[in-house]
Ligand binder design. Structure first.
Ligand SMILES: Nc1nc2c(ncn2[C@@H]2O[C@H](COP(=O)(O)OP(=O)(O)OP(=O)(O)O)[C@@H](O)[C@H]2O)c(=O)[nH]1
Ligand SMILES: [Mg+2]
Length: 552
């Protein structure tokens, strides 16, 4: 940092110069009359004579024209007689600096301090002070040359100082300001690692009080900067003090169990209710957990697993369909025969399901049912299980039957004609429909009535969501169909939303556990996905056989 060094060197030189002049002055005042040789260029001999009333004028060229900035080259040192002895008044630039020296006591009175603290440049110093400042300026010049960087901060002056009591008294008022400046200067030193001498700090060099104060401040800052011992010490002291203080007793609130004056009356009830609910919830979770655990423990047979794999049931990546030769851009790609001509399609597809699907009746009550002329295949199941979607998928006529992701869209029994030989019936769902309980009950009653009494009903496809499995309402309907000897076939839907292993497990679960004892159930269990088209063709074949063997 050459610029900084230069400034420091200049400042040090200035300080040195001023100190010499001031020291010369002060040295000559101690014993009345003395003559001092000033080494400074342009200065003259200073003579102060004063024994009981003698007055003399002495010219001192202390500053060069450049530094003073005014036409006056020197300054007058005037002594005059008075009751208290000889006083010498230094007139520098007449109005700016006025210094009074008491000849008897040899003490120096700085009037400028009283008036304006800023005008403190050329105050006289004493022998010891001179020595200290000399050493400081030497150190400063060393630092400026880059030699004394590792030395201690220069503001830590000597502790021995014989000096000026009057000056000390006068400067008592400046203590606060001095301390602040000392703090800032020491921080600057610590932060920059170099000496930064400002005007304020120059003035502060000459005072013993300041020196000691600054030393203290710097020492404390240095200590604080090293390992933070100061903080710890203060903390330790604080803790000691705290230990000495009498400890506050903790307020203990004793509660009377039998006192209900400040107790909410429903606390007990709510807590009881909460506990009951909590237990129920825990038991429910336990049951569900155990059901899930049981389900995961199912080990599907190899035949089911191979069927799931062959028909690409379960969640699959698109790339798998592509590799198998299916066109993923078509809806229900597994049910669409890629690159096939119409003749090929006619040969492969079941003739019944090539017919146009037509809506012809809707019933909210049993009296509104259409006449049972055609054999009927109904699709039943919980709301949102995918009944209407399956109708569209089977006929491959998307949009004829309305579907929605909101449960409870189908609220009436809807009859569709598929050619001259078959009717498909879309039943309203039961279970968690967004409808009032009374409405849902009426739907269920209608479905039950249709399923149990409809003579033309040849098969009920009971749709079960593969993810959730059979629910109590499904079992209810099964029991009803068992009682009424209605033929039904279980169809697992939305297989594309679960892993293939889950499809296989669900199939195993329903076949073995739920349907073993049933008489009206038609095997096999069907697994489909209206979205991918998986298993749709198989279901179509099964349903077409119903029509083939029906006696008209
Ligand atoms: N991923 C997937 N979504 C399906 C499948 N089948 C139906 N869905 C969706 O499930 C939602 C309900 O389908 P719907 O056919 O309206 O169900 P629903 O049983 O007729 O419902 P309700 O008429 O309320 O009884 C719709 O958003 C369908 O797109 C399927 O196989 N796979
Ligand atoms: Mg529907």
């Amino acid at each position: 940092m050459p610029v900084e060094r230069r400034s420091i060197r200049g400042t040090a030189r200035k300080v040195h110069r001023n100190l010499k002049v001031a020291a010369a002055k002060s040295g000559g005042l101690v014993d009345g009359v003395r003559t001092l040789e000033l080494k400074k260029k342009g200065s003259k001999k200073v003579q102060i004579s004063g024994n009981n009333g003698d007055v003399s004028y002495v010219n001192v060229f202390q500053k060069s024209n450049k530094s003073s900035g005014k036409g006056k080259k020197g300054e007058k040192l005037k002594s005059r007689t008075g009751n208290d002895g000889l006083e010498a008044v230094v007139d520098r630039n007449s109005s700016q600096k006025r210094k009074r020296i008491n000849a008897d006591t040899g003490k120096f009175v700085d009037r400028t301090l009283e008036g304006n603290q800023k005008k403190y440049k050329s105050k006289p110093v004493f022998k010891d002070e001179k020595r200290i400042l000399q050493s400081i300026s030497d150190k400063a010049s060393k630092v400026a040359k880059g030699k004394g960087r590792d030395e201690k901060p220069l503001f830590i002056g000597s502790s021995k100082f014989s000096g000026n009591d009057v000056l000390v008294q006068k400067n008592q008022r400046r203590k606060v300001k001095t301390a602040d400046a000392a703090g800032n200067a020491s921080k600057n030193i610590l932060r920059n690692g170099t000496l930064n001498i400002t005007k304020k700090t120059k003035a502060l060099f000459t005072e013993k009080k300041f020196m000691s104060h600054r030393k203290h401040a710097v020492d404390s800052v240095v200590k604080h900067q090293k390992k933070g011992t100061l903080g710890r010490k203060s903390l330790a002291v604080d803790s000691e003090l705290k230990e000495d203080l009498p400890k506050k007793k903790k307020r203990v609130i004793r509660l009377d169990r039998h006192d209900i004056s400040n107790k909410r009356l429903n606390d007990d009830l709510s807590s009881r209710g909460d506990s009951v609910q909590k237990k129920q919830l825990e038991s429910k979770i336990d049951v569900e957990m155990s059901n899930n655990a049981k389900f995961r423990a199912i080990c599907p047979s190899s035949s089911i697993l191979s069927f799931v794999e062959d028909n690409l049931l379960g969640r699959r990546r698109e790339i798998e369909f592509r590799r198998a030769g299916y066109n993923t851009e078509l809806s229900a790609p597994l049910d669409n025969i890629p690159f096939s001509t119409s003749s090929e399609r006619e040969r492969i597809e079941v003739p019944v399901f090539r017919n146009k699907l037509e809506f012809f009746a809707a019933a909210k009550i049993s009296s509104s049912f259409p006449s049972p002329d055609l054999p009927e295949i109904a699709f039943a199941g919980r709301s949102n299980v995918g009944k209407s979607s399956l109708l569209n998928a089977l006929t491959r006529q998307w949009g004829v039957v309305r579907t929605s992701d909101k449960p409870g869209l189908t609220q009436t029994i809807n009859f569709f004609k598929l050619g001259p030989k078959l009717s498909l019936v879309d039943l309203p769902g039961y279970g968690f429909a967004y409808a009032k309980d009374e409405v849902k009950e009426s739907w269920e009653e209608l479905v039950k009535e249709y399923v149990s009494t409809r003579v033309s009903l040849k098969r009920v496809c009971l749709l079960i969501d593969t993810k959730w499995g059979m629910k109590p309402r499904d079992h209810e309907l099964i029991q009803l169909m068992e009682r009424s000897q209605t033929k039904y076939q279980i169809v697992l839907t939305k297989t594309d939303l679960v892993f293939p292993i889950t499809v296989a497990r669900r199939a195993m679960q329903i076949e073995e556990v739920s349907l073993n004892a049933s008489k009206s159930v038609i095997q096999p269990l069907m697994m489909v996905s209206s979205s991918t088209g998986a298993g749709i063709r198989s279901l179509r074949t099964v349903l077409a056989n119903i029509v083939r063997f029906v006696k008209h």
